[in-house]
Design a protein around this ligand. Structure first.
Ligand code: ADP
Length: 144
């Protein structure tokens, strides 16, 4: 079993598609271990997006990620990290494979399709461990 960190981004929250996305996770058989709504500080965003913090588009990403709250989830399942990345699709919603969450629900506007892409998912086991610890305290994760 693996765990992954999901952020339902401000576009998912404001478009009202969080339920649609979570329904896909339920249908895939994933278990919700943690769930909370949060406003993200510049500090946590700079840690989370350290790999893009020096890119020219980063200030736009920060502004977008602070434009509304996000819903953070910890999900568990077999091979969930790879399966979730497949379900999500590639970064640019215009390039994402048909049927993926980003292709179906993300922005199709040329200037926004790379940024407003509905959800974040951890890209490796190591990243998942770091990201779960970044967004959740021990007592906010549940075994049942
Ligand atoms: P992913 O979320 O698919 O793993 P990255 O880690 O490369 O993608 O980028 C993190 C986030 O930064 C993306 O999900 C997207 O919101 C934003 N982003 C990435 N590349 C661009 C870009 N060229 N222009 C605008 N925003 C971008």
């Amino acid at each position: 079993m693996e765990r992954t960190l999901i952020l339902l981004k401000p576009d998912a929250v404001t478009k009202g598609v969080c339920g649609t996305v979570i329904a896909r996770f339920d249908e895939a058989g994933f278990t919700i271990r943690g769930c909370k709504m949060m406003e993200l500080s510049s500090e946590i965003l700079r840690d989370h997006y350290a790999h893009i913090a020096d890119k020219p588009f980063y200030p736009e990403v920060e502004k977008f990620m602070q434009s509304a709250p996000v819903i953070a989830l910890v999900l568990e399942g077999k091979d969930i990290i790879n399966r979730m990345r497949d379900m999500l699709g590639v970064t640019d919603c215009l390039q994402a494979a048909p049927g993926t969450i980003r292709a179906e629900l993300g922005s199709k506007e040329a200037g926004k399709s790379k940024m407003c892409n509905i959800a974040h998912a951890s890209d490796s086991r190591e990243a998942a461990e770091t990201e779960v610890a970044r967004f959740f305290e021990e007592g906010e994760l549940f075994e049942y």
